[in-house]
Design a protein around this ligand. Structure first.
Ligand SMILES: Nc1ncnc2c1ncn2[C@@H]1O[C@H](COP(=O)(O)OP(=O)(O)OP(=O)(O)O)[C@@H](O)[C@H]1O
Ligand SMILES: [Mg+2]
Length: 505
């Protein structure tokens, strides 16, 4: 009787409404608000869910004691994530939020056009009501950005090439890509440590300098010219740069590009956070006059089809658009097109800086000139460490001194040295002795050559060296220059000063 009386007075509709009302009052007084971020939103995968998962992988390693591990396709590293129904607290600009990974078994009767996972997964975000605007605005943006960064870091670099000669792939892309797994890093690169750390600092300044470039009205790009004899590590340096910054590499094969407009299309299809490389620019630029001088010698300076420095970017051939010109290329590195896409690094390499047109060397074109030279003593020590695992103390002091005495005069490239070391790597002591022998032989040969040269008074090479010294000086008007220049990296913190930008290392 009492039950039927209760039901008469409190019908189900009334009870439901009361519960709803009570719930609302509770919510009203609760200091928190909650957001559900489900894995599948209707039929689409929720981008935000994936982003949050990645984002939490960066903080989970510190906080959580139960983690789920994943390894993505094409990735060589493992990411951590929150396990099912675990939670963690994250702090952003003094705002605390709680993330919970909620996993509920899916009702098997649910009808769907496509197979759904057996579990319903989602993240529950709890934040204080007063922080609502920060959480929904800046915090979620921050989570998305961070996730993109992590995704890029976890994925292997890609090496793009345009060797298909202008044809497009099925998705209309002119670039072909392969995973890039070059093991070269700044640690393994044999060069003067001070020079190395200056380059690393410069790269970091660039990568973190978005606001600097915005403030100064400069396009967010940077150019490096690597020059030096073959086997001194120019290509290794590019790989080290890519590995250091986590950037992809676009290896631009200029011989495969036929017109300026083709070049423009190629460069427009490059993504940000990438290094665009043109190897052996002195050979590629010879193409500029292909139309007029087929089969011409690249030593002939008059063949360079370039406008005079500072004259703008057009010349007669450019207008026709049927051949590729240096001006077309420079238009992308520092002309109007340079701001198309951001965070790009251009690297040109050459074995013969003296053959480059002054247009390429003038101030503001290539921000940093890096001389990759024959092995110095400090570079040799890095090679000994890389190939033999030898520290300075592991080599006999006397032997080390002898190496130091001959290394500069031997003018041996790191590639040559590494060959000697690899050949004898099973017998380390023999490797060092043989290296010393090889260096001495080189010194003797160089001395002999020098004697012959000095007898012949002014040889062609001398002339070239003089030219080279002049050209290296030219980017900085009146600036102290020379071949083996000291780095003049007067850098403003957090960015690059426009006037002091042209550096020669
Ligand atoms: N500075 C260096 N530090 C460490 N290894 C080096 C260095 N220079 C050369 N090597 C070794 O020599 C090999 C050839 O070097 P790399 O291809 O980088 O030379 P390069 O300057 O690009 O030559 P090229 O002008 O012919 O393209 C590399 O595989 C690397 O192992
Ligand atoms: Mg190379």
């Amino acid at each position: 009787f009492s039950q039927s009386l209760f039901q008469a007075f409190f019908p189900p509709e009334f009870r439901f409404a009361t519960l709803k009302f009570l719930n609302r009052i509770c919510n009203w007084f609760s200091a928190y608000c909650y957001y559900d971020i489900t894995e599948i939103d209707g039929v689409n995968t929720n981008e935000l869910y994936n982003a949050v998962q990645l984002y939490l992988s960066s903080s989970a390693c510190v906080a959580g004691n139960r983690l789920s591990l994943t390894r993505g396709l094409n990735s060589s590293s493992i990411t951590f994530g929150l396990s099912n129904n675990d939670s963690l607290i994250d702090t952003f600009n003094g705002v605390n939020v709680l993330w919970e990974h909620v996993v509920i078994p899916r009702n098997s009767q649910t009808f769907s056009w496509r197979p759904l996972p057996e579990e319903k997964r989602g993240f529950l975000l709890r934040a204080k009501k007063k922080d609502k605007s920060v959480v929904l605005g800046a915090y979620l943006d921050y989570v998305m950005d961070k996730a993109t960064e992590i995704r890029r870091k976890n994925q292997d670099r890609l090496l793009y090439t345009n060797s298909r000669g202008g044809s497009l792939d099925s998705r209309g892309h002119p670039w072909e890509s392969v995973p890039f797994k070059h093991p070269s890093t700044f640690e393994t690169l044999a060069m003067d440590p001070q020079k190395k750390s200056e380059i690393m600092a410069d790269l970091l300044d660039f990568a973190n300098g978005e606001s600097f470039y915005q403030r100064t009205g400069r396009a967010w790009k940077r150019g490096y010219l690597l020059y030096g004899p073959p086997g001194t590590g120019k290509s290794s340096m590019i790989a080290a740069m890519a590995n250091f910054l986590g950037y992809d590499i676009y290896d631009l094969e200029l011989t495969e590009v036929h017109t300026n407009s083709e070049l423009r299309k190629l460069l427009m299809k490059t993504s940000s956070k990438s290094i665009i490389v043109i190897e052996d620019i002195d050979c590629s630029i010879n193409l500029t006059n292909r139309k007029n001088n087929t089969g011409s010698s690249r030593d002939n300076k008059s063949n360079y089809n370039v406008p005079p420095p500072g004259s703008g970017v057009t010349n007669s051939e450019d207008g026709g658009g049927n051949t590729i010109t240096l001006s077309g290329l420079l238009n992308f590195t520092d002309g109007l097109w340079s701001c198309c896409g951001s965070e790009r690094i251009f690297v040109f390499t050459t074995n013969h800086i003296e053959k480059l047109d002054p247009a390429l060397l003038r101030s503001g074109r290539m921000d940093m000139h890096i001389h990759m030279s024959y092995s110095s003593f400090s570079a040799l020590k890095i090679l000994l460490k890389n190939y033999l695992g030898y520290d300075e103390d592991d080599v006999e002091k006397q032997l080390l001194e002898q190496l130091e005495q001959v290394i500069e005069r031997a003018e041996m490239t790191p590639a040559d040295i590494s060959e000697v070391l690899i050949k004898n790597r099973r017998n380390k002591d023999k490797a060092v002795l043989e290296l010393l022998e090889a260096l001495r032989t080189r010194v003797e040969r160089n001395d002999k050559n020098n004697a012959v040269k000095s007898r012949e008074n002014m040889t062609v090479e001398d002339e070239e060296q003089e030219k080279r010294a002049l050209l290296v000086e030219s980017p900085k008007e009146g600036g102290g220059g020379g071949d083996q220049l000291e780095a003049n990296c007067d850098k403003e913190k957090g960015g690059h000063d426009a006037n002091d930008d042209d550096k020669v290392l």
